[in-house]
Design a protein around this ligand. Structure first.
Ligand code: NCD
Ligand code: ZN
Length: 333
């Protein structure tokens, strides 16, 4: 048994830089037609030159694969309309990180002052540059995303022509407001469709499932599944695959991020099949993103076959999600 996905897209991907980039980019480049590349390098990608040279480095390591890196800039409060106009041809989105909420977000935005930032949001609306947001406050860890919903609502109301993408949503609260505002969209990760906080910390602690936003409750996971499995037009796949070397994960002070890239399409196929929704996978992993981002990806057909395989324990000193476990579908090489 097999089926084909046409030009899958991963609309939230961390490819890192240097050796890590060299080692891990291939996992995405082989199985996806393109991905939105996150800008939270050290230092973050905030200008056109560093964005273009980062893109070059990515293209160099994925040469030979049919893969488009869609680039994003790291939101800065001093961006001007003139700068945004110049950046527009090179970027697919701008990613806003509140300061300190996740890996390499220290130079993010301290306070999202809608009035002060409005010239940027107005310019982005006019230029049709989507605003991707890491929507968490600095509050209690389980409440951070729910608390941030008020900011999403303010943004959605104040800038009705701005395409706002709620990144990696994890809660019922986000699923609710997403439906309420026309200009709100969301990415959903593989891991938030499959795990809850119990998998991270309910038994023995599993650092490889520790990420931001932290996985939540069963009812939250079900709300995300409802959106993804039915290929709701307002959601698209964004893996948030975020590799860290094993010694950064298996230690006190474990870095946040799950490396899911090597298993994404296999695990998604298994989930969608289990719920009798395989026919909706194409929309969730590609068509919805094309509509939301107005993209025409390169043609690339990925064949998945029903064939059991075991996820390797480690790949280049990074432990992938579900290491050592078996999956039912495999991407045909
Ligand atoms: C990401 C990373 O490691 O860059 N970590 C994570 O837990 N998801 C950053 C992010 O997207 O929050
Ligand atoms: Zn991320």
């Amino acid at each position: 048994m097999q089926f084909t996905l046409n030009s899958p897209l991963d609309m939230h991907l961390h490819l890192r830089d240097g050796d890590m980039l060299k080692n891990i980019a291939k996992f995405s480049a082989k199985e996806f037609a393109g991905a939105l590349i996150m800008p939270n390098l050290m230092p973050p990608v905030t200008d056109i030159n560093s964005l273009l040279s980062y893109k070059e480095r990515i293209l160099e390591v994925v040469s030979g694969e049919n893969f488009t890196p869609y680039m994003s800039l790291f939101f800065k409060s001093d961006y001007t309309a003139d700068f945004l106009q110049k950046a527009k041809p090179y970027i697919a989105a701008i990613k806003l990180y509140p300061s300190g909420v996740t890996t390499n977000s220290e130079s993010g935005i301290e306070r999202i002052d809608i009035k002060k930032l409005s010239p940027i949001f107005e310019a982005m609306s006019e230029l049709c540059i989507p605003l991707c947001v890491h929507g968490e406050t600095n509050g209690f860890v389980m409440d951070r995303e729910r608390e941030f919903c008020a900011v999403y609502e303010q943004l959605a109301k104040a800038f009705p022509n701005l395409i706002i993408i709620m990144e990696h949503i994890t809660t019922c609260a986000s699923a609710e407001i997403l439906k309420r505002y026309e200009n709100l969209y969301a990415t959903i990760t593989l891991h938030h469709l499959l795990i809850t906080l119990d998998d991270v910390a309910g038994g023995l602690l599993n650092p490889h499932l520790f990420c931001k936003p932290i996985a939540k409750r069963h009812e939250d996971k079900e709300a995300l599944q409802e959106l993804a499995l039915n290929a709701n037009k307002k959601v698209m796949f964004g893996s948030d695959s975020a590799p860290h070397l094993v010694d950064k994960k298996e230690r006190c002070g474990c870095a946040a991020g799950i490396f899911s890239a090597p298993i994404i399409l296999s695990a998604l196929a298994e989930l969608f099949e289990k719920h009798n929704k395989l026919t909706n996978l194409q929309a969730f992993v590609s068509n919805n993103a094309r509509d939301i981002y107005k993209l025409t990806p390169i043609e690339k057909n990925i064949i998945l076959e029903k064939k059991e395989w075991i996820v390797p324990a480690k790949l280049h000193d990074v432990v992938p999600m579900f290491a050592g476990q078996s999956l039912k579908w495999k991407v045909k090489p």
